[in-house]
Design a protein around this ligand. Structure first.
Ligand SMILES: NC(=O)c1ccc[n+]([C@@H]2O[C@H](COP(=O)([O-])OP(=O)(O)OC[C@H]3O[C@@H](n4cnc5c(N)ncnc54)[C@H](O)[C@@H]3O)[C@@H](O)[C@H]2O)c1
Length: 288
């Protein structure tokens, strides 16, 4: 029998149609939770639900299509999660986040606003509305925010995103004060480069490149992140709150960015094959 700490508990996970959020939903279901998965893309939700409700679980995955940055939608989603019978809303993971690349001098207010609306407004108000529901129900839940390695170290063309992710890590500290006395813990998991449908499509040989850049020699997988989230949601971590856990293969501790590696390559043509042609092929499923 698997370890099942989440039986009778409901989790909300935003941006969970694919990528890291989907893996989190899968892990929590395997550990007994009912999950409410949100995504702005209804097709992604349908596909995710088909995989999650595969007949192997007594617990159920529910879909809530909508914009995780919209406060009225967040209220509706929390009310729905709270209405699930024989299950208490005890876990919240505001995972949806926008990675908007752009040159600092060209970055426009619309792009900035999109980052703020989803990464900051969505995260802040899901915490507020979800925690208020837990408080009113007298349930001692757990919240895990999703930050980023780019909230810890500067990264080219991600100034607004990095700023928003640093703020999310700070929010975990701030909310220890209102939530601690209620028995609600809040932490932040900050992934490093993680192989997802999006990142694999964005960059050629994303996995191989990061296998070279990360000190531990591999790219992150969505399972790596989901394991950390699941631990911080579980009763085993109940005395941990206000923390940020980097799941990044050591990159934040010591690792060059692709930009730095490119600069080194250009300055030293004899090492030309180190980032692309010399990169190890890494499987999208296992990251090995
Ligand atoms: N993938 C990485 O390498 C990486 C690294 C560090 C941090 N992160 C963070 O982890 C989280 C998940 O990353 P990912 O790469 O799995 O995400 P992603 O970009 O692949 O998106 C996952 C899902 O979120 C949905 N989504 C987009 N906008 C939404 C909105 N407004 N409301 C609801 N859903 C929305 C998308 O449709 C998609 O199905 C994000 O907060 C991201 O910033 C990811």
């Amino acid at each position: 029998m698997n370890y099942q700490p989440f039986i009778g508990k409901t989790a909300i996970i935003t941006g969970a149609g694919e990528g890291i959020g989907f893996a989190i939903a899968q892990h929590l279901m395997n550990e007994g939770a009912n999950v409410v998965i949100n995504d702005i893309n209804p097709d992604a939700i349908d596909k995710a639900l088909a995989k999650l409700n595969d007949g192997h679980h007594d617990n159920v995955a529910y879909g809530m299509p909508g914009d995780a940055g919209n406060v009225e939608f967040i209220r509706t989603m929390v009310e729905f999660a709270d209405s699930i019978e024989d299950s208490n809303l005890e876990m919240i993971v505001p995972n949806a986040g926008l990675t908007e690349f752009g040159d600092f001098f060209e970055f426009n207010p619309d792009s900035f606003q999109k980052v703020v609306d989803l990464n900051l407004r969505g995260t802040f108000f899901l915490c507020q509305i979800g925690a208020a529901k837990m408080r009113d129900n007298g349930s001692q839940g757990n919240i895990v925010l999703i930050g980023s390695n780019v909230g810890e170290r500067a990264y080219l063309n991600l100034a607004a995103y990095g700023m928003s992710k640093a703020a999310i890590s700070m929010l975990a500290k701030q909310l220890t004060l209102p939530l601690g006395p209620l028995g609600i813990s809040i932490n932040c998991v900050s992934p490093g480069a993680t192989l997802t449908e999006r990142t694999a499509a964005e960059v050629e040989d994303y996995a191989g490149t990061w296998a070279i850049l990360n000190p531990n020699g591999r790219v992150g997988t969505t399972d790596d992140v989901a394991h950390a989230v699941s631990f911080l949601l579980s009763p085993q971590s109940r005395h941990i709150t206000g923390q940020t856990l980097l799941v990044d293969g050591g990159w934040t501790a010591y690792g060059p960015s692709p930009y730095t590696a490119e600069k080194i390559k250009n300055a030293n043509p004899s090492s030309k094959n180190t980032t692309k042609n010399g990169a190890r092929k890494v499987s999208i499923e296992t990251g090995k």
